[in-house]
Design a protein around this ligand. Structure first.
Ligand SMILES: Nc1ncnc2c1ncn2[C@@H]1O[C@H](COP(=O)(O)OP(=O)(O)OP(=O)(O)O)[C@@H](O)[C@H]1O
Ligand SMILES: [Mg+2]
Length: 419
């Protein structure tokens, strides 16, 4: 009741924090017209996070706080709830089924039945030292009728559900949350990163006909396969753009910043298209002098690692069992999807239609030019989901009116004192 009152009164200001391996991005926004109005953006460079995993809580806390504080300053408002995104090779996912008896003679399915059958799936899980992050219904079966998206109001005697479960190892999940709580931030919901990215870049049609979402970030490559409107498979591969940069730094005998600059400005995965005599000026390891190196050689290094990443993605798609069901092809997103030639190379070796997924501007109100980059797919999707969740009747019942920001920001002062 309170939630309904709140929903009618005003829309809450929400903050979302996408914790990546190379950057932490906070967006603050609220519902605006048919979309989401972005009130503030805060970026910080990631620290204490390796391959999506918090390896140094104090440094991760600082990076999260910096990004959050920047966004809050721009927004000029305290958010009333926080969503955060998570991914790393400490996460696993699988599919599961559960069945309940409605009544021998049959009766109408109601909302409580849906909760009960999904809850039963959750209770049947015996995960040791893992935390369930998501348990997402894929489809229902009522007696012999399969593939039902929403069986409410239909009559039957046995209700079955297929769910997709995403779990995280307890210790890493704890470290992740601790990095927020030490910054004085209370996270209301954690979302698996590829699912957040999918909210920003996939269309309902793509989710329906079968599409693989691949978020190639700095430290991880996250995969989520959608079919029949729901997620069917997900996986985190512990490889990303930082590996390309590291290879380049070693191969060109330079530091990572210089290697990153060369990768982004001069890199390509098609080394055979580059002439032998094209040369690059690269700072040496001590950054004291310039050396001349062949651009073709630099691109051969990039190409080798890019091919390894594509091979791993291909293997993931085969393992999913949906290889032959991807009529929507593959949507690449994440910062590394911008690597020159990557999507063309992938399309030539895989025969799938491939496109690069940018956060869709039509879902946002105002100027989101800076966010229209694949590296912001997870943050934009997360914000869209956080705002929509609040207006979704399904989730509404579980939401209490937020406590005017006091609770989630309670310890911020203490964190300031640490500075
Ligand atoms: N134009 C570009 N060409 C090549 N690589 C790029 C380009 N722009 C960004 N990148 C790469 O994208 C990566 C960062 O992407 P992104 O911001 O999506 O990662 P992240 O979210 O911080 O990390 P993760 O999701 O893996 O934890 C970096 O490795 C960077 O070098
Ligand atoms: Mg990312």
């Amino acid at each position: 009741m309170k939630a309904l009152w709140y929903r009618q009164t005003l829309s809450p200001v929400v903050a979302v924090v996408d914790v990546g391996t190379t950057k932490v991005c906070t967006l603050i926004g609220k519902k605006g017209g048919e979309g989401v109005e972005i009130l503030g953006v805060g970026l910080s460079s990631s620290q204490g996070i390796r391959k999506g995993k918090v390896v140094d809580v104090a440094r991760a806390t600082r990076a999260i706080w910096e990004s959050f504080a920047l966004a809050r300053e721009v927004a000029g408002e305290d958010p009333e709830m926080i969503y955060a995104s998570i991914a790393g090779d400490f996460m696993s996912s699988f599919n599961l089924e559960n069945e309940i008896l409605l009544s021998k003679s049959g009766r109408e399915v109601n909302r409580r039945d849906l909760e009960k059958v999904v809850e039963g799936a959750r209770n049947s899980l015996k995960l040791s030292e893992s935390r369930i992050v998501h348990i997402i219904p894929q489809e229902y079966q009522l007696d012999d009728q399969k593939g039902i998206a929403d069986p409410r109001g239909m009559i039957g005697s046995k209700l079955k559900v297929k769910v997709h479960v995403v779990a995280a190892q307890e210790n890493h999940y704890h470290n992740f949350l601790k990095s927020f709580s030490d910054a004085g931030l209370e996270v209301r919901k954690i979302v698996f990163q590829p699912l957040a990215s999918a909210v920003a870049v996939l269309s309902p049609m793509e989710k329906e006909i079968g599409t693989a979402l691949v978020d190639i970030g700095g430290g991880t490559t996250d995969l989520a396969i959608f079919y029949g409107g729901s997620v069917r498979f997900s996986q985190v591969l512990p490889i990303g753009g930082e590996h390309i940069t590291s290879d380049l730094a070693i191969g060109l005998r330079t530091n990572k910043e210089e290697a990153e600059r060369i990768k982004v400005s001069q890199g390509s995965v098609f080394s055979r298209h580059i002439r032998q005599d094209e040369m690059l000026e690269v700072k040496d390891l001590g950054l004291s002098s310039l050396q001349t190196v062949s651009r073709k050689y630099a691109c051969e290094i990039i190409e080798a690692r890019a091919k390894e990443i594509l091979l791993m993605i291909g293997r993931g798609i085969r393992d999913s069992g949906f290889f032959h069901s991807l009529r929507g092809g593959i949507v690449l997103t994440g910062g590394s999807s911008l690597l020159d030639g990557l999507s063309e190379l992938f399309s030539s070796v895989s025969n799938f239609p491939i496109r690069i997924g940018y956060p869709e501007s039509k879902n946002f109100v105002g100027n989101i030019q800076t966010l229209q980059n694949p590296m912001f797919a997870a943050a934009c999707g997360l914000l869209r989901q956080a705002v929509n969740d609040f207006f979704d009747q399904e989730t509404l019942v579980s939401l209490e009116p937020p406590n005017a920001g006091k609770r989630i920001l309670g310890k911020i002062k203490d964190f300031f004192m640490m500075e």
